[in-house]
Design a protein around this ligand. Structure first.
Ligand SMILES: [Zn+2]
Length: 243
């Protein structure tokens, strides 16, 4: 099964009773199933495949946020699953995850839901983007960067050689069912947050930026979908694979 078929994936509750894709049962889940709370508490920090200390799975903190983790599958600007994404999971630093949960709570109260496309990004994924930019494959150009030369994507600020995503404090997101004028990761001036002069997509961008600002996130002006938690401390980047 392609890893990006989010809707086809079993629920987290169901997953707790299934082996992971390497055939392992998660020790924490086994411990819980046995009712051994103390063992679960001891086992959790040492487990492979868990977020690093200070990080969380967004599904644990804000289960109402939809997840379409685009770099875990082929539906992204590189045309292939990106190294470092072994699972289609949004990991964020706990402070960013909690702020995003508050944004989602406000969104839900107003009748809409957030959807994330990328969260914590391992450094090896950023390195893979650099490698991709240097090869000659342009099969994704019509869909993702029709008006920018591939070798210019870094210089023009659409892809960064050191990404805030690797700190777990940046998130790419939209709103389920809303028109933002361009798709996620469409590298073009039309994706600049202030590029549209009229229409519903312009209003939707402004609503999303205002919502996220109220919950501590600043928008990156060249990508309507990219937000970074403001004023966070210890912005260490990481290279732990997402599992
Ligand atoms: Zn981003």
């Amino acid at each position: 099964m392609p890893r990006n078929l989010i809707d086809a994936a079993p629920s987290r509750r169901a997953l707790a009773h299934m082996p992971d894709r390497r055939g392992r049962f998660r020790l924490r889940d086994l411990a819980r199933a046995c009712g051994v709370a103390a063992l679960a508490a001891l086992a959790a920090p040492a487990l492979a495949g868990e977020p690093p200390p200070g990080f969380a799975r967004l599904s644990d903190i804000a289960p109402g946020v939809a997840q379409q983790m685009r770099y875990a599958g082929s539906n992204n600007f590189t045309g292939a699953p990106v190294p470092g994404y072994r699972a289609a999971q949004c990991w964020l630093r706990l402070d960013a995850a909690r702020a995003l949960a508050a944004a989602q709570a406000e969104a839900r109260a107003k009748g809409f839901d957030l959807v994330v496309y990328d969260c914590y990004r391992p450094r090896r994924a950023v390195a893979a983007f650099v490698d991709w930019s240097k090869n000659d494959d342009e099969k994704t150009k019509p869909a993702y960067y029709p008006n920018v030369e591939k070798r210019e994507l870094f210089a023009q600020g659409y892809i960064a050689e050191q990404s805030g995503h690797s700190t777990g404090l940046a998130v790419d997101l939209g709103v389920k069912g809303w028109d933002f004028g361009t798709p996620f990761d469409f590298f073009d001036r039309r994706s600049w947050t202030g590029a549209l002069k009229r229409g519903v997509a312009r209003l939707n961008r402004a609503r999303l930026v205002a919502l996220m600002r109220r919950h501590g996130f600043d928008n990156y002006p060249r990508e309507w979908w990219h937000f970074t938690l403001r004023g966070a401390k210890n912005v260490e980047s990481r290279d732990v694979e997402i599992e």
